[in-house]
Design a protein around this ligand. Structure first.
Ligand code: OGA
Ligand code: NI
Length: 368
């Protein structure tokens, strides 16, 4: 194609071209990894972000000594240690929306094997991964693609992912890719149990009965996401994952030792430094809504890098039934009237996808 004629084209034509480029890329079914395998040294246009947005995203990180709290869960069965942990959790949820947990009971071997499992999936032959390439989520089936919002977002990110609903009905091992089925099931089960503990700690941090969040279904449904961020030949032109907040209750995130995740803390992008053996916990929009703004769902993003692949696994605690969630009654008072409308998470997620990830916070639309 002649670049000059392309530049003089009217806007809607340019948009049409982008659509067909997206489609051609999507139909390759081999993801960003497929581009690397084809030996690209320049990233395709569909991945190139606006420079002013990138500048905003890359604006000098804040105080490099500042980082999200690391909370030691050892001894939470002891009353006084637990009280202290609950205070730390409360403080982290109010001020950061993010924290890391250590001594959480999941062994480093399991964590390492989970990262390796996701790596094995994306590193296997294109014909083997292609079989899983899809855009329609279906229960108990693993889905593989590049950017769940490839066609909705204004620009694509340098990242491939696998997704699978793993609770309440775990998939059959034979339906999962052989290279990662065992560890996906083992890891998801362990994270589910850790999630129960975290829901108790969060409930206590809110001054509620320890079972409160679990009883209203916040640890029912788990969605597994295994991200693979290939090394990028032109990292200054793109992103690994655009600035966003998570929509659901909480996310438990496992990252490898490469780094690249940043959270927006007091208006400064702050690195979430890899801590060996740790899991990252972050709160989603629904938790901010339910706590009437007491706990925060904060912006985060992943930069693209020359080094890679970077691998991470997010387990999202969600509930996609019709259940409605609103500010928790026990937390409301005359001085603390409800700030948000109630909604189902399903409707909330549909709204956020429609609106596009990059822009105003989705919760704004649900304010009273
Ligand atoms: C996410 C997310 C961060 C990462 O999946 O929502 O923010 O490090 N992931 O991959
Ligand atoms: Ni996220």
């Amino acid at each position: 194609m002649n670049t000059n004629s392309c530049e003089s084209r009217p806007q809607n034509h340019a948009k049409f071209d982008r659509k067909s480029e997206l489609k051609a890329f999507d139909e390759s079914k081999t993801g960003v990894k497929g581009l690397i395998e084809a030996g690209v040294s320049k990233i395709p246009k569909i991945f190139i972000h606006d420079q002013d947005k990138l500048d905003d995203y890359r604006s000098a990180s804040g105080d490099s000594n500042l980082s999200i709290p690391v909370i030691n869960l050892e001894g939470i069965n002891d009353d006084s240690a637990r009280k202290y942990v609950v205070e730390e959790v409360r403080d982290a949820c109010k001020n950061w929306g993010f924290f890391q947990v250590i001594n959480h009971g999941i062994s480093s071997n399991t964590l390492d094997e989970m990262i390796s499992g996701v790596r094995r999936f994306h590193d296997q032959d294109p014909e083997l991964r292609m079989k899983f390439y899809a855009r329609e989520e279906s229960s108990n089936k693993l889905m593989y693609n590049t950017n769940f919002d490839l066609y909705q977002a204004s620009v694509a990110n340098w990242r491939d992912s696998i997704y699978c609903c793993v609770a309440p009905n775990p998939p059959n091992p034979e339906d999962l890719p052989q290279v990662c089925s065992d560890i996906m099931l083992e890891y998801s089960d362990k994270v589910r149990r850790l999630g129960f503990t975290l829901m108790e700690l969060l409930s206590e941090a809110l001054g509620l009965n320890p079972n409160h969040l679990r009883e209203i279904g916040c640890a029912e449904e788990l969605f597994f996401v295994g991200h693979y961020y290939p090394a990028c030949p032109e990292p200054d032109l793109t992103m690994g994952l655009t600035k966003h907040t998570d929509s659901a209750f909480i996310t438990l995130l496992l990252q490898d030792q490469i780094g690249g995740l940043q959270t927006l803390h007091e208006n400064q992008w702050t690195d979430v430094k890899p801590v060996p053996g740790a899991l990252i916990v972050n709160l989603g929009d629904m938790m901010q809504l339910m706590t009437n703004g007491e706990f925060k769902s904060v912006y985060h993003k992943v930069v693209a890098q020359k080094v890679g692949p970077r691998i991470s696994v997010a387990i999202v605690f969600r509930n996609m039934s019709q259940t409605l969630y609103g500010p928790i009654k026990e937390l409301l008072s005359e001085e603390n009237p409800p700030l948000y409308k109630q909604t189902s998470l399903k409707d909330y997620v549909s709204y956020v996808l429609l609106k596009g990830l990059d822009g105003k916070p989705g919760l704004d639309h649900f304010m009273l």
